[in-house]
Design a protein around this ligand. Structure first.
Ligand code: PMV
Length: 333
């Protein structure tokens, strides 16, 4: 692209059913375990990137507000990586708009860095296929590697002994899944989280006595889930997802000092999900680095599950289904 042109990319958040929790390499953002997610059809992030040859610094606007502090540092570090790979020096003007609450465990960093990776790679003329884009997005935020693709996606941790561990860790679509699933998001709190996922992971890996067991269990969970996705077995996919998420929260609650994202409201929603199941409605809970709950169910049951959740909470309830991967929307001069 030449100076003055703007690349605009759109990406959607994803919710992991087998979670990513813990890095084995902080700088390269290499995870300890493989993870598996569903990219959503709601809450997209739209990011525009334009190169400015006259600027001395990157200029980043997020939801209409000039970024500063940690958010600016992360975006600038990421743009620096793209420049280094592209062999370019121009600074960028970035305008990003989220429709997902930022920092509340609803994966704004996943859609954010997937959209930024695609728009910036295009603006700086960085070549590469979608797998390469997922490696790049990973460096911004691990879960962003998965938002490059639509539907069910697996992110390979990669072999730690591979000659190039960076190349070995990328996401891919799960092409043999035969399940039409939905996630009903119960948005209890839209505010930023008290502890960043980065810090919470670090603390869990370093101090939680439960972490090793969760890692071992996660490997078995992934193999079983892939088989259940192939078989279209909603109940098994649901049970594994709920167990994996509760296990992840248990590991961090056992860290020192403990990290607790769950609140009394979270626990009340979890109880309600169990009651729906006892009544015969297929619904399973998953939670990320925040108090919000996403209820996994068959797509055909999503409106019924959402209606039942609205009976017991005033929180915003949003039905999400499988959505698309990151894509370039336009390039304008
Ligand atoms: O990509 P990060 O650093 O925001 O980590 C997100 C981790 C979880 O959302 C809690 C789990 C996951 O796999 O998305």
């Amino acid at each position: 692209m030449t100076a003055g042109e703007t690349a605009v990319a759109v990406a959607h958040p994803n919710i992991a059913l087998i979670k990513y929790w813990g890095k084995r390499d902080e700088r390269l953002v290499l995870p300890v375990t493989d993870s598996l997610s569903l990219t959503l059809d709601v809450f997209p992030t739209t990011t525009a990137v334009r190169l400015d040859p006259d600027a001395a610094e990157d200029h980043v606007v997020m939801d209409g507000v000039l970024a500063r502090g940690e958010a600016l540092r992360r975006a600038t570090a990421f743009l620096g990586l793209v420049r280094e790979r592209a062999g370019r020096r121009e600074r960028a003007v970035v305008d990003t708009r989220n429709t997902v609450p930022v920092g509340a465990g609803l994966a704004s960093s996943a859609s954010g860095f997937a959209a930024l990776a695609l728009a910036a790679a295009h603006a700086y003329g960085l070549p590469g296929d979608a797998e390469e884009l997922s490696r790049l997005a990973r460096r911004g935020s691990g879960s962003a590697a998965r938002s490059v693709f639509g539907g069910f996606v697996v992110w390979h941790a990669g072999d730690p002994d591979a000659p190039d561990p960076d190349r070995a860790s990328y996401a891919q679509p799960v092409t043999d899944a035969r399940l039409d699933a939905a996630l009903v998001a119960v948005v209890l709190d839209e505010g930023p989280k008290p502890v960043s996922s980065r810090e919470a992971m670090r603390r869990t890996v370093a101090t939680s006595p439960l972490y090793r067991d969760w890692v071992t269990g996660s490997r078995t969970d992934l193999a079983r889930m892939r088989a259940a996705l192939r078989a279209g077995d909603m109940a098994t996919v649901g049970a594994i997802s709920e167990r994996n998420a509760l296990g992840m929260h248990a590991t961090m609650e056992a860290a020192r000092p403990a990290v607790r994202y769950r609140t009394a409201d979270t626990d009340a929603v979890l109880g309600h999900v169990r009651r729906l199941r006892a009544e015969g409605l297929g619904a399973w809970a998953t939670m990320d680095a925040g108090p919000n709950v996403k209820v996994l169910c068959a797509s055909a049951d999503a409106e019924r599950v959402a209606a039942r959740m609205r009976e017991v909470t005033d929180a915003r309830v949003v039905v999400a289904r499988g959505g698309p991967g990151a894509r370039l929307r336009r390039v304008t001069t």
